[in-house]
Design a protein around this ligand. Structure first.
Ligand SMILES: [Ca+2]
Length: 507
């Protein structure tokens, strides 16, 4: 009955967006779940969230934020396994992400943001320390927590020492950390976490995405009035539920129920079997293909259609929570002194190249979304794009510059602040090193160099040696491997040399 009623609403209100329609439907339920959030949810759902020059009175929280410390707050939305292009502002015609789109409209979006390693633990280590994995030694295998040394160099530790109130909500995936050193308010969970209770689907209570949003709202709301805050919110969505319900790998929040259900999800780039068959055995038999088999399958299959719709729902679920956070900033009069960063721990193959997951060095895996809303920037920067390459290892030095903290020794990334501010530093990087060493069954280890124009990938355990070389200017989709093309022999040699130099220099 509920579904029929819903579909009728959708059909009648076809001039409303799907998101608006489904939010009307769940509004009442959400209010019951957490009364203290009622007002925040009500307002953002009506589409009033974070209108920059329209600060609400603090009628809900009655909180006066009167910070003597004028350094900006830093709010980081750190999403898990998020494809860089699944947003309205990126031109995706299907997905509903009104809050992320608005962030991009009012902030600065990066066209070329990348990870240096596409896997949760390692990339999160890069994020925390500003270093390549070759130097952090944080790999997927055998890692059980940030050491004292790692914790000491983690960005929140330094910000805390410098007088910031530091907090973390959600998926952390960097194991145990020394207590009280890194975060003032520590609401991380270890491991992969569950969208519902461990053995239930659909579960009772509040979905993890909504719960993390609520926790984040509460953390922002209750942050001390006399310190700037640095809060990072680690959403697990849209990461698959590992080892959970076999027919529901993407258990989306009920608030996004039936969204996209009537939409035909298009075939991903290079998803034709012929292309897949052209790849070497060790890629065709890799974990990315194994997971593709049971999570996605061919684009026309029910499985693919179902999984993609649910992945999209999970992204929309995160978008809703971003809206709530922006609204609590507005309600506490902190929109004009809070820098908001939206990004992901790495990208995702959503069926591109016949693969699922991450790990390898192709664009869908290594690209990340990156939006920065710094309300202190002149209005002329609103809704603008940045082309220079940004890397996961750049976040820490960027946060340090915002916080006025001196750059730490051994940081391999660079502050993005000049780029964000619209400057064009002449010495900015034009290439970077990619590495994936974590060994797991059927995940091939690889390294590579990506320049502005070319990409070289090298599979370390391949025998005979397998390499890939692409001209991204003429072939941005990485269709044609140029390694056997005699015309590119010189370039191949040059890229091999770069790779050798890079792998020495990052250590
Ligand atoms: Ca991840």
């Amino acid at each position: 009955m509920e579904l029929i009623r819903f579909i009728i609403i959708l059909l009648i209100l076809n001039n409303l967006s799907l998101v608006q329609a489904q939010l009307l439907e769940v509004g009442e339920e959400a209010a019951i779940i957490d009364v203290s959030l009622t007002d925040v949810e009500h307002d953002y759902r009506l589409g009033t969230a974070f209108t920059k020059n329209e600060f609400g009175s603090s009628d809900v929280y009655n909180q006066t934020v009167d910070k003597q410390d004028t350094r900006p707050n830093i709010l980081v939305i750190y999403v898990d396994d998020l494809h860089h292009a699944t947003f309205g502002f990126m031109g995706d015609p299907i997905i509903q992400t009104p809050n992320v789109d608005k962030l991009a409209e009012q902030g600065v979006a990066f066209r070329n943001a990348f990870v240096t390693t596409a896997i949760c633990i390692t990339s999160r280590g890069n994020f925390m320390t500003g270093r390549y994995a070759a130097r952090t030694g944080i790999y997927m295998d055998g890692f059980d927590g940030l050491s004292e040394e790692h914790a000491a160099m983690a960005y929140p530790t330094r910000l805390k020492e410098a007088g910031y109130y530091t907090g973390y909500v959600g998926k952390w995936h960097l194991g145990e950390i020394p207590e009280g050193v890194v975060f003032d308010n520590d609401q991380k969970f270890l491991g992969q976490g569950y969208f519902w209770d461990e053995d239930e689907w659909p579960g009772e209570g509040t979905h993890l995405t909504d719960r993390l949003g609520n926790q984040a709202v509460e953390m922002i709301r209750s942050a001390p009035g006399d310190q700037p805050f640095a809060i990072t919110v680690g959403f697990k969505a849209p990461h698959v539920q590992d080892g959970f319900h076999p027919v529901e790998p993407y258990p989306a929040s009920p608030s996004t129920a039936v969204l996209y259900e009537l939409v035909e999800m298009p075939a991903p780039h290079l998803s034709d079997p012929e292309f897949f068959e052209s790849q070497p055995d060790f890629i065709r038999e890799s974990l990315g293909r194994v997971r593709w088999e049971y999570r996605l399958g061919p684009p026309e299959s029910l499985n693919f259609q179902r999984s993609l719709r649910r992945y999209y729902r999970m992204v929309t679920g995160v978008d809703e929570q971003l809206g709530k956070m922006m609204e609590v900033l507005r309600k506490t009069n902190q929109l004009d002194n809070t820098i908001v960063v939206f990004t992901s721990d790495h990208g995702m193959y959503l069926g591109e190249r016949g693969l699922a997951g991450k790990w390898l060095g192709h664009e869908p895996s290594i690209r990340i979304p990156l939006i920065v809303l710094d309300p202190r920037l002149p209005e002329v920067h609103q809704g603008t794009w940045r082309d220079p390459m940004a890397l996961m290892i750049d976040f820490k030095p960027t946060f340090f510059e915002w916080a006025g903290v001196s750059p730490a020794e051994g940081v391999q990334g660079k502050s993005l602040v000049p780029i964000i501010n619209g400057e064009n530093p002449p010495d900015w990087r034009t290439e970077f090193f990619y590495e994936h060493h974590s060994f797991a069954d059927r995940i091939p280890r690889s390294e590579g160099v990506r320049t502005e124009r070319y990409k070289y990938l090298r599979y370390l355990d391949s025998d005979p040696l397998y390499e890939e070389l692409y001209d991204l200017e003429t072939d941005p989709g990485e269709v044609t491997n140029l390694t056997d093309d005699p015309e590119y022999e010189g370039l191949l040699q040059e890229m091999r040399e770069k790779w050798e130099q890079w792998r020495e220099s990052v250590r």
